[in-house]
Design a binder for this molecule. Structure first.
Ligand code: ADP
Ligand code: MG
Length: 313
């Protein structure tokens, strides 16, 4: 039987260089990652691709800011939907072109994905995730009073809007994703961690101005569709202990217990590798079988057991 993998593609893989951020450049970068995912599919894996959207949401917010005198602003849940569509389109196009080159009879499709969060999640009481441009104090105070934004001073670099980053609870479109996989489609889903929604008293969904961690949401998705493998494709070939220090030590294999211990010892940086390891820990705790962290170009070799960091129960 075909094995199923969830592959989470990092935002870094889409913006290779600060001077090359235009849509065409993003497409070139996306294609590079999709080549390696196509290789994985060619070797027999069924794949669901998830992705980050931090920089892309930043661009939309900035555009919105600059055109405020003329056009409405775009709420954050809508920015999420916009980027899922645009990035999904890039991935679909790149995968289709890559499948054609490889003579693979496969098709990719994007599912705009909502992710349920708890409206009582404590994160809503202490928004901490910075988004959008830096502002001066006057603008920040104005936005706080007029739009109800939460704003904070960011380490001497200026003021920024912060939003809540609640934990993902349920993938709303799970059944659709599963049916598409069963029908043989390569599915792109849960982009940017999914669009955060809550349920109101009557059970209606309401989009939230919040951001879900894409590694956490991808982990939940992997369990929800009972994936055999959870791959986190990022900028490093392996995870390290004492990263960037003289005593740095690359890791080939980690048990769940070791992952927990090294995480507690602070080996994995907070905004980057930390959430990836946490996502893997949760995936394994919820019954996941194995996880892999590596970079796009090494996915094939890692699947052959030659590199990457493998984490097992
Ligand atoms: P993504 O866009 O894929 O989510 P991040 O930048 O958030 O990527 O996280 C990946 C980065 O984490 C790596 O490029 C690396 O610089 C950093 N990192 C922090 N701690 C470690 C560690 N212990 N081992 C390997 N990489 C680490
Ligand atoms: Mg990240």
């Amino acid at each position: 039987m075909t094995k199923l993998a969830v592959v989470a593609v990092g935002g870094n893989s889409l913006i290779l260089d600060e001077t090359k951020r235009a849509v065409q450049d993003q497409y070139t970068a996306a294609w590079e990652s999709m080549k390696h995912i196509a290789g994985m599919i060619q070797s027999g894996w069924a794949v669901v691709v998830t992705h980050g959207n931090g920089p892309q949401v930043g661009f939309i917010l900035r555009r919105s800011e600059l055109s405020r005198h003329e056009l409405h602003e775009v709420p954050l849940d809508s920015c999420g939907a916009d980027t899922q569509g645009a990035i999904g389109y890039m991935f679909q196009k790149a995968l289709r072109n890559e499948f054609k080159r490889r003579n693979l009879k496969k098709e990719a499709v994007t599912v705009v994905t909502q992710v349920l969060v708890d409206r009582n999640d404590p994160a809503f009481q202490s928004p901490s995730k910075p988004i959008g441009s830096f502002m001066d104090e006057t603008t920040a105070t104005q936005k706080r009073d007029s739009e109800g934004w939460n704003v904070v001073e960011d380490a001497g670099r200026g003021w920024r809007r912060v939003v809540a980053s609640p934990l993902p609870k349920q993938i709303i479109e799970r059944a659709a994703i599963e049916n598409l996989i069963r029908a043989g489609f390569v599915v792109i889903s849960t982009g940017g961690g999914g669009i955060p929604v809550i349920e109101d008293e009557s059970g209606d969904l309401i989009g939230m101005e919040a951001v879900i961690d894409k590694d956490f949401a991808s982990s939940l998705l992997a369990n929800s569709i009972q994936a055999d493998l959870f791959v986190i494709s990022t900028a490093v070939e392996k995870v390290a202990l004492n990263y960037n220090r003289p005593s740095q030590q690359w890791l080939d294999k980690l048990t769940l217990a070791e992952a927990r211990r090294y995480q507690a010892e602070g080996h994995f940086a907070k905004g980057s590798m930390g959430p990836k390891i946490q996502a893997v820990i949760w995936y394994l705790e919820r019954g996941g079988k194995q996880a892999l962290i590596t970079n796009p170009e090494n996915i094939g070799r890692a699947l052959a057991g030659e590199t990457g960091t493998w984490i097992v129960p």
